[in-house]
Design a protein around this ligand. Structure first.
Ligand code: ARG
Length: 466
């Protein structure tokens, strides 16, 4: 960032003295809104073309402005643009550079426009671009999860409630739950994009303009679906950014749950999965350690994303219409959340892609905790037409007995079974295998390999992935 003494006079004739340096530092947004540069130029070009079409600018004036803006764009792209703090923000920096390049005609660019509608436009363009990237990244993660599921249709693991072993499930089934969540996340972003995709350009400072502008033209030039209906709303609404942050907070929260599970699964106590070296770190003191830092960081990054949402909600809360400088504080939380969600989605995709299930350990664990007790109760209901509540009680007593004998339900004797319910025969024990248990849960959305295959098929078609 370059400091200049000979300032480009941004406020025109109204001011005699320069702003205090400390005020300049508080006031300037160039430290972070430089990110908008490319979109600021895009917006300015659309505005210039509109002004020319409406004969507010002469053709040669418009041409000179457009050429100048293209020059600045290439300076930005090649890293040759040097923003100045004293010029406050990206908009003033670009305008000042334009004046250097093409002279006083540069001042005509700002006809029928204010930084208020300009920044709202830039921010929407920037965010639309990031949403498109994020939607693709979620898609990649969904595909990675569907692929990992196809490898694990028959991998049996314990399903948990209260993090206590509940019923055996297939690993594919577990992973596919996240595909459902992520697909809704992706939809939420696409939905956010729809509402965001309106052009505020033409709202000017707050009240519109007396020039005969054509906001629908600029909207079309910038691929917005339409120009905004109300100029006050155009310059002061940030619900598009709030929606983006909400979608991001929800998505990050989903990723934090998966991360937490990966952290649990990789402990030596669980040992359900192995992460690749690419997504694991060691310890500087304990040579045996393989830490799931990637999953831990994704879990933790959710904190800053959720924080960003609260930050912006708090900035907007109680803010009177129309523009106030408070709105400059909308950008950093959004930039940070976007950057964060992008990197965590990429890392999660890599981690899932490389992850290996420890099939034997998972299966052994699924046999613990009397995980198939419900299957025995269901058997009593089916076979002897007992009310489920009664069957539940009988099996509960058998579990207690097994616990007392320190054995599994499978190890109970015929006598034990008959003690629970007189008609029970030894064949009842067949219902206790974890394979049989998962196979039997073939209801829609259930855990059986058949059901999981149907789910995978659905996602392959929906996501159009092989
Ligand atoms: N840097 C400002 C922002 O990000 C641009 C708009 C300034 N408008 C104003 N009326 N001071 O919000």
């Amino acid at each position: 960032m370059v400091e200049v003494k000979d300032k480009y006079n941004i406020w025109g004739g109204r001011f005699k003295n320069q702003t205090d340096e400390i005020m300049e530092n508080l006031n300037a947004s160039i430290f972070f809104d430089y990110k908008l540069a490319k979109f600021d130029i895009e917006g300015s070009k659309a505005h210039t073309k509109m002004l020319a079409k409406q004969q507010i600018l002469k053709e040669e004036e418009a041409k000179s402005i457009l050429d100048g803006l293209d020059t600045i764009l290439s300076e930005i792209e090649t890293g040759n643009f040097e923003p100045k703090v004293s010029l406050e923000d990206i908009h003033m920096n670009i305008e000042a550079r334009l004046a250097e390049l093409i002279g006083p005609v540069a001042g005509k660019l700002h006809t029928a426009r204010s930084r208020n509608d300009q920044v709202a436009t830039d921010f929407r363009l920037w965010l639309r671009d990031r949403i498109d990237a994020i939607v693709d990244l979620i898609y990649e993660l969904e595909v990675a999860l569907v692929m990992k599921s196809s490898e694990n249709i028959h991998t049996i693991m314990p399903g948990f409630t209260h993090l206590q072993c509940a019923q055996p499930i297939t690993f594919a089934h577990h992973l596919l739950a996240y595909v459902s969540m992520l697909d809704r996340d992706r939809e939420r972003y696409m939905d956010t994009r729809k509402r965001l995709n309106e052009s505020p350009l033409g709202a000017a400072a707050l009240a519109g303009t007396s020039f005969p502008i054509d906001p629908d033209f600029t909207a079309r030039e910038l691929s917005f679906s339409r120009a905004m209906m109300n100029s006050l709303d155009g310059v002061s609404s940030r619900d598009f950014a709030l929606e983006f942050l909400s979608s991001t907070a929800i998505c990050a929260t989903h990723l934090s749950r998966l991360s937490e599970e990966i952290v649990i699964w990789t402990t030596s106590q669980f040992d359900f999965v192995k992460l690749s070296d690419k997504f694991t770190t060691g310890s500087s003191i304990m040579p045996q350690k393989r830490n799931p830092d990637a999953a831990e960081l994704i879990r933790a990054k959710t904190g800053r994303v959720n924080g960003a949402l609260i930050t912006l909600l708090t900035v907007i809360k109680g803010l009177p219409l129309a523009y106030s400088k408070d709105l400059q504080e909308d950008k950093e939380p959004v930039f940070d959340a976007a950057e964060t969600i992008e990197i965590v989605l990429k890392v999660m995709t890599g981690m899932i892609h490389d992850l290996k299930a420890n099939v034997e350990t998972m299966k052994k664990s699924s046999e613990l905790g009397f995980s198939t007790a419900t299957d025995l109760a269901d058997f009593l209901v089916r076979e002897y037409n007992l009310p489920f509540r009664e069957a539940h009680k009988i099996v509960g007593e058998l579990v207690l007995l097994a616990e007392e004998k320190s054995c599994t339900l499978k190890d109970l004797t015929l006598e034990d079974l008959k003690g629970g319910y007189n008609d029970l025969g030894i064949e009842a024990l067949n219902t206790l295998s974890v394979e049989g248990s998962v196979q039997s849960r073939n209801s829609k959305g259930g855990t059986s390999p058949e059901s999981v295959k149907r789910q995978i098929q659905y996602w392959r078609e929906t996501l159009k992935c092989a």
